[in-house]
Design a protein around this ligand. Sequence first.
Ligand code: CAA
Length: 261
Amino acid sequence: GVDMSDYTTIKVSTDGRVGTITLNRPEALNALNLTLMGEVVAAMEAFDADTGIGAIVLTGSAKAFAAGADIKEMSAKSHADVVNEDMISHWDRLIGVRTPKVAAVSGYALGGGCELAMMCDLVVAAESAKFGQPETNLGIIPGLGGTQRLTRAVGKAVAMDLVLTDRMLSAEEAASYGLVSRVVPTDDLLTAAADVAAKIAAKSLPVVYAAKESVDRAFETTLREGLMFERRAFHACFAFEDRAEGMAAFVEKRKPEFKNR
Ligand code: CAA
């Protein structure tokens, strides 16, 4: 593992069961260079391995969540370079992070920044947030899910508009199209995202995993298979002692004390 104090492009902190990763390259509006990618992935995996952490907040600065992949770093690369290093593929390790990830987006979430937010399980947006996929301006296309996750989130019409033009969505538009779950006043962003994360982190971890995996199934399979996956995961919850505790607490009109967290 990487020592938390060794990170140069992110800041990492914890508060109770919530871990927070703050992108910290203010000089480049948090552009996602190789170092930052490695550090975010390492920090995410470290939180995921820590059962004391039940949810992760990923955020940037007031001006930018992230303005995309680092264009200066990319500009010198050849076709062979990007193929040989399988550029961007390291981000796929975030898919293996089971702890729920809450993106807290203020300012620009462009290109890889928008895609990174979409790799999180839910997105809380400040009123200042702006989402876009302007890659075609640079002679490239999105490479971290912008044509796939965005289309699944907002549908073809809006995804085509963002990917083929440099249109940016406001926070309100992003919420109305289904890209973000909540819009909050800009000054309240971190508190709101931490509240969402703390709510998740207070629940039984294996139950949270089952819920998250079932929702994610909706994007991977047919309705019939997805419903069967959900039904079996639902049945399996009855094996958890936290299921008995959750129901007993309701009947006894008290707060549940989940053990498996
Ligand atoms: N890569 C590298 N540096 C970046 C950057 C990026 N994506 N975005 C901003 N910066 C740098 C700028 O070069 C500038 O640095 P200097 O002061 O050294 O010149 C600094 O951050 C501040 O940026 P601006 O002066 O441009 O700030 P602004 O307020 O005038 O504009 C902006 C803000 C509209 C976000 C503008 O910076 C911008 O258009 N950035 C690029 C957005 C973009 O094209 N993103 C897609 C990248 S490709 C990608 O992400 C591929 C993929 O799918 C993974």
